[in-house]
Ligand binder design. Structure first.
Ligand code: M6R
Length: 422
């Protein structure tokens, strides 16, 4: 008998798992487990068999789980899409179709932690632009204590890989207490967050072992993009042709991701340079802004290099003071409607001697108006969901830098995979 905070942690020992409810306690001995509820009354908690081998994960030919998980992304994003798309009809088809009345919503409240929060922040752009649905988003550790007023019959969305994050779970319970419908995007279907939700939007990332989240992030983005399209259809802000076009863009994602992975040799060269930096600044606008935050988090957590993500337009309000010849500035800028604005921010950095690393496409590289120290040229794609593909170079930069520095990328210091305490 074993006790653990996440089914994944128990995978090497058993595939028979019983979940405790809030306030439960348990006595374990060699023969079995006796469960008690918060009133100290004996209760039954049914053990469920987890699919054989679901959690027994090997590194395969990869040096680290993180590398394996980065490379799995075309496949797992493809699997996630199959849950949400009717590819033949060119339509979104949600696994919980009919449970949410998108048209009646006045607002969507989102909360999550870390990388899952950045996925939610990206989705805010999608829900607001495509579905004209106002989104309020907060990190779960703040949301849970600020007693936010929530709209009557509102929808609260939670994003979590593990489905066990304590702060996110506390927000979910607050939302439920406030009579919100609870929708969660989760990777572990038997997790507490999934079990306590009215509707679950699954991600099909499979077990994620590396502490730094990679494939779970892009699967969350994929699921959220589909939810935003479903909301848009439900609210009448998207025509059938527009929906079909977006669905085609989503179907193209796995192929584009495979092309992005082929950029690894260039990223490896860049990582050698970055490993000498003390600080790194990431910039982006629109959906590239959450990616800038995610890039900085990834680099911090596995290489221990200090990094900051900023909306490119905020540069002149403070961080530009940091720019000098030592400071690498990674700019995430697909050639989208905001490119020109980001290019002008890049020129401001260049004028101050900043070392620019530009992640863009061929058009962006041709029109940026400066000569970056390094340009990573991504394949051409529909800018609407480009963030899902641009996440890959961001992850590879952090991974290669940390590997070059000899860090333990799968288990960085001071971090746990599931944060089940406050
Ligand atoms: O399991 P969750 O998605 O709820 O976890 C949230 C964060 O703890 C997690 O994303 C964390 O920020 C990762 N270490 C980021 O790589």
């Amino acid at each position: 008998m074993y006790l653990g905070s996440d089914a994944l942690a128990l995978a090497p020992f058993t595939n028979l798992i019983a979940y405790l409810e809030e306030g439960d306690w348990v006595v374990l001995n060699r023969k079995g487990a006796s469960f008690y509820d918060k009133a100290n009354q004996p209760v039954q908690r049914r053990a469920q068999r987890v699919a054989a081998g679901a959690f027994l994960v090997e590194k395969g030919n990869h040096r680290h789980f993180m590398a394996k998980e980065i490379y799995e992304q075309p496949e797992v994003v493809g699997h996630t899409l199959t849950q949400y798309l009717d590819m033949a009809a060119g339509r979104v088809r949600l696994p919980f179709e009919g449970k949410i009345d998108w048209a009646s919503l006045s607002r969507l409240s989102v909360s999550a932690c870390g990388t899952a929060y950045y996925a939610g922040l990206t989705a805010k752009y999608w829900f607001e632009k495509l579905a004209r649905l106002p989104v309020e988003i907060d990190v779960a550790s703040e949301f849970r204590y600020r007693e936010a007023p929530l709209p009557e019959n509102g929808l609260a969305l939670f994003v979590s890989q593990s489905g066990e994050t304590a702060d996110t779970l506390a927000c979910l319970r607050y939302a439920r207490q406030e009579q919100q419908t609870v929708l969660s995007v989760v990777n572990v279907p038997t997790s507490t967050i999934a079990r306590e939700s009215d509707a679950v939007a699954p991600t099909m990332a499979g077990p994620e072992i590396g502490v730094a989240s990679t494939k779970a992030f892009t699967c969350q983005l994929t699921a959220l993009a589909c939810l935003a399209l479903a909301a848009a259809r439900g609210r009448g802000t998207l025509s059938a042709e527009q929906e079909a076009r977006h669905v085609q863009s989503l179907i193209a994602l796995p192929g584009l991701m495979a092309k992005a992975l082929a950029l690894e040799p260039e990223i490896e060269r860049l990582a050698r340079e970055l490993s000498k930096a003390r600080d790194v600044l990431y910039l982006g606008r629109g959906t590239s802004y959450p990616l800038a935050l995610e890039g900085a988090l990834k680099l911090k957590e596995i290489s221990y290099i200090h990094a900051e993500g900023y909306p490119a337009g905020e540069l002149k309000h403070g961080p530009i003071a940091l720019i000098d010849e030592q400071m690498p500035v990674i700019v995430v800028a697909p050639h989208d409607g905001l490119f020109e604005k980001t290019a002008s921010n890049m020129q401001e950095v260049a004028a101050r001697g900043g070392r620019i690393i530009l992640i863009t496409d061929a058009k962006g590289a041709a029109e940026c108006g400066i000569e970056p120290e390094t340009t990573i040229i991504m394949p051409d794609m529909d800018p609407a969901f480009a963030a899902i593909v641009y996440a890959l170079p961001i992850q590879m930069i952090a991974y290669q830098t940390a590997v070059f520095m000899g860090k333990d990328v799968d288990q960085p210091r001071n971090l746990a995979k599931s944060v089940t305490v406050e």
